[in-house]
Design a binder for this molecule. Sequence first.
Ligand code: TRP
Length: 355
Amino acid sequence: MVGKNPRTPYDVRLLQESYPMIVQRVLTGITTTGTPHLGNYVGAIRPSVMASQDGAVESYFFLADYHALIKCQDADQVHQSSKEIAASWLALGLDVEKAVFYRQSDIPEIPELTWILGCHAAKGLMNRAHAYKAAVQANQEAGEDPDYAVTMGLFSYPVLMAADILMFSAHRIPVGRDQVQHVEMARDIAQRFNHRFGEILTLPEAQIDDDVAVLQGLDGRKMSKSYNNTIPLFGTEKQLRKSINKIKTNLLEPGDPKDPDDSALFQIWAAFSSEDKIAWMREQFTSGIAWGEAKKLLFERVNDELAGARARYDHLMANPAEIEEVLLMGAKRAREDAAPLMERIREAVGIRKMG
Ligand code: TRP
């Protein structure tokens, strides 16, 4: 076989012949805080829904509602956000027959494994976790006690995340750069565990999707809840139009050539358009399209893409029992994996029946 790396296809084929059942398992969690926005759609939901249609992988997606409790102690908000995120993923076409879609808190094996892994996770390793370190540093800078307002939840966050991943023997974890350290910690914990008890846990790898678009927000910075510059995914049509009208532009007049590469408006257009539509809009910018006109076109483009999903979203939000049913079905499937592995783990560590 010719090619840059002739060994790979051969190896892969061999592997598939020997272990036809080994399919790559891809898993990712969504922390249930906040309302989904266009940045979540372009950067996470759309690529995940598309990836889950690939028959060569098994996709596991879940609502990380235990993780949400670390950041948010407003009960109604945690609940509302879980509902909105689940409804968004379903409305945008996640195929729940193909992908396993569940809620972390429906899987009692996850907190159980969290405890066991916590007994194998070095405290020194957790001390180095970015989120915890940032909190300590902020306290020090403010002249506070280093652990001021640091909960055990925040400190042990990476152990819970390791349990999420290892409970399902996932191979690949698509995450943003800020989460890579956590996946590496999961791998480290799994290695320690396996060293002691045998090859029980699958070592996961982070998959960083650099070609996934990071959308700009209203002010041109990365669209993010923490910058308060988001465009909500499923507001009403009127709200969407209003948000798009707020995208920051400059003082150039109609007829003045505009730089598409320096425009949040163009960038969002690009994330929602085919190659020729992108080229066409680039042209409009150079030939001086008015900002108002560009905003109107952007609204129409985004609204066209989302209108069908918005109707499904509104239906689900008005009928949350339908969401619940889908999640419970997902949990049932997920537990078919989790329960037997948890049995093996309990047995391995010595939590066993008498006689
Ligand atoms: N911590 C992740 C985030 O905030 C969400 C998450 C929880 C996750 N458990 C996970 C991601 C397991 C991947 C795998 O983005």
